[in-house]
Write a protein that binds this ligand. Structure first.
Ligand code: HEM
Length: 122
């Protein structure tokens, strides 16, 4: 019997970014922050970033330059409420991601810390 091919970690992370942005697109409040009508590019950028951050190829760096996440988020007023929404969607996306438990737990801790650090409105 043939088994479904397991997705490589990079594919899982790209798919995680797609799932996350599918959640964002259904959230009117968070969605309003994103300038583009089409979230495909935003999902791709997040996916490349995640792959790079987890030790994969440096596609993000090659195409987008230094991540400078704090600076890149300055144009968007991020309140604690928006952080919570972002994290809620990421939790949903992670839970359906097929990423193994240990890696999921690591990613989640890192997302919580990063999202906290990106709040830029009291
Ligand atoms: C705290 C809540 C957050 C909000 C409200 C938020 C919002 C946004 C917005 C509005 C953009 C611009 C998208 C565009 O240009 O189309 C963006 C880009 C991005 N965000 Fe966030 N973000 C949050 C947290 C995070 C976290 C925790 C990470 C990573 C761990 C992250 C990674 C990124 C990346 C990689 C980009 C693309 C940057 C680029 O190359 O242009 N964000 N985010």
């Amino acid at each position: 019997m043939t088994q479904a091919p397991r997705l490589a970690p990079e594919e899982l992370l790209m798919a995680l970014a797609d799932r996350f942005y599918a959640e964002v697109s259904a959230d009117e409040v968070l969605r309003a922050l994103y300038p583009d009508e089409d979230l495909t590019d935003a999902a791709r950028h997040l996916g490349w970033f995640l792959v790079q951050a987890r030790g994969g190829p440096l596609t993000y760096f090659d195409r987008r330059g230094h991540p400078s996440l704090r600076a890149r988020h300055v144009p968007f007023p991020i309140t604690g409420g928006l952080r919570d929404r972002w994290l809620r969607h990421m939790r949903t996306a992670l839970d359906g991601s097929g990423i193994d438990d240990g890696e999921r737990a690591k990613l989640w801790r890192w997302f919580v810390a990063s999202a906290d650090a990106l709040v830029n409105v009291p």
